[in-house]
Design a protein around this ligand. Sequence first.
Ligand SMILES: [Zn+2]
Length: 165
Amino acid sequence: MAGPNSFLSSAPSGAVIDAGIAASPHPPLHLRADHRAAIEQLARAGYPHEACGLLLGRHERDATRLARITHARNLATDRLADRYLLDPRDYLAADEEARRDGLEIVGIWHSHPDHPARPSSTDLANAWPDYTYLIVAVHQGEVVDLTAWRLDASNFVQQTIEEDS
Ligand SMILES: [Zn+2]
């Protein structure tokens, strides 16, 4: 089981995980337009480095709903182009903020500079069972794709994104 010290992740190097297209057992992620815009803006601003942050909200029976998103420092200074190591201080601050407001950390977003929006083997190795993993593909500085993933047993399955206005 991964712990708070293992936020290391990476973009695909070589083989892309076959995540499959089976129906997700998880309810959809409801993504508001302003949250999406904020994540995309941070992903573009971070390019060509990986940007990352936390998703605060609630896993409800019928949907994962976000209340806000945060931006976290990427501490993977030796591999900024294809790794993220979410600063534990930013994680703890977000966790405190979530508890204070009756929310929980429901996931992590991060960008894949010049790589597809699919989880890498490092993403899989470091994934937590109850988190939504939102991945933003940034190609040449522009956002080209955004996907969500949940861990099901030992593999990622894509989580449907429903756009909320
Ligand atoms: Zn990744």
